[in-house]
Design a protein around this ligand. Structure first.
Ligand code: PHE
Length: 354
């Protein structure tokens, strides 16, 4: 009996070494421990033994049985762990304890308005340009006909970096000069008009309240070609605003001063809530101030490399600076500008694109 068991033990450990999954382990278990298995066969042999050898042989068989059962359990645990690991690492892994539906993010209302405007201007042939938030004094002011110590700088006090001559841009107009240099050659060599919009985050040193923020968004636009006039400006503004508000809007121009446009205007739209009769939203005036604009100043066109000293009016153009934050407030009826920057997801997740 001893030899039989020794032989079976060797057979068992040799076969166990080749087992890698639950199925083959189960086959091995059946081969040894089922009714027709090796251990049962030993028991039948035991029955045939003479009485005095039975006790010892029975004990041997029992301990053999316990030993291989322990091996089975150990192997089973190893296989289970390996399987779990494989699932975690494989592409099809999943965690059944995760909630079915995960919370989805939503677009910021300013992003929604910005994209809508990009689409509208894109359909009118405008390029969409991106520009840095850190600029130098030249691009933010001097190239826009605002020399040092000019009083117009007071309205645009911003944040200066400790690196010399670097500041956070106070308006998207800061990109005008670079865009003129980028597209100017195409205009002059190929006659392709410059049509570009450039949205961006702007910064100003403001006391914050429901209507003022130190961080806000604008979308600037310029169009430059031969014979561009104020009527082109009015046409583009009216078309764009009618699309944004999904109805015909009435606009008017009032004179406004900005050193980089001449003449310069404030563009108002007729109040959409009262239709111009006067209400609390338009402070009883019937009009809402929306978009400063004007014809680009000859100096700015010169600094941008568009016109020469000899012919300062060869090309003309218009520029507008749409307050994206303000537009989003009007479109969605947001009363407090701080809503946009506070990061309160309850408020911000309510906005959806049309
Ligand atoms: N950059 C000006 C501002 O932020 C707005 C503006 C843009 C005015 C273009 C005229 C033309 O105040």
């Amino acid at each position: 009996m001893k030899d039989r068991i020794k032989e079976l033990k060797e057979k068992f450990s040799a076969q166990l070494g080749t087992v890698y999954d639950q199925k083959s382990l189960e086959e091995l278990r059946l081969a040894f421990l089922s009714k027709k298995g090796h251990v049962s066969a030993l028991m039948s042999e035991l029955a045939k033994l003479p009485g005095d050898q039975k006790k010892e042989a029975g004990a041997l068989i029992n301990s053999f049985k316990q030993e291989i059962s322990a091996h089975f359990d150990e192997k089973m645990e190893q296989i289970r762990k390996a399987e779990e690991e494989r699932l975690i690492n494989s592409a099809e892994s999943y965690d059944e304890s995760l909630p079915e539906e995960r919370a989805r993010g939503s677009y910021h209302p300013i992003t929604l308005v910005q994209r809508e405007l990009e689409d509208i201007f894109g359909s009118m042939g405008f390029d969409v340009e991106d520009y840095s938030e850190i600029v130098d004094d030249y691009h933010c002011f001097e190239a826009l006909n605002i020399p040092p110590y000019h009083p117009a700088r007071d309205m645009q006090d911003t944040y200066y970096l400790s690196t010399p001559n670097q500041l956070l841009k106070s308006h998207t107009s800061a990109a005008q000069n670079s865009i003129m240099h980028k597209y100017g050659p195409l205009l002059k060599e190929k006659g392709r008009p410059i049509r570009a919009v450039f949205p961006g985050r702007c910064f100003r040193n403001e006391d914050i309240d429901a209507c003022h923020e130190n961080t806000f968004f604008q979308m600037e636009g310029i169009m430059i070609d031969k014979n561009i006039s104020i009527s082109n400006l009015i046409y583009f503004m009216k078309t764009m605003l009618s699309e944004v508000f999904e109805r015909d809007v009435t606009v008017r121009l009032r004179p406004g001063f900005f050193p980089f446009v001449e003449p310069g205007f404030e563009l108002d739209i007729q109040c959409l809530i009262c239709g111009g009769k006067g209400c609390s939203s338009c402070k009883d005036s019937g009009w809402l101030e929306l978009c400063p604009c004007g014809m680009i100043h000859p100096n700015v066109l010169k600094y941008g490399g568009i016109n020469s000293e000899e012919d300062p009016y060869e090309y003309t153009g218009f520029a507008f600076g749409l307050g994206l934050t303000r537009l989003a407030m009007m479109k969605y009826g947001v009363k407090d500008i701080r809503t946009f920057n506070e990061g309160d997801l309850n408020a911000l997740s309510q906005f959806v694109s049309k």
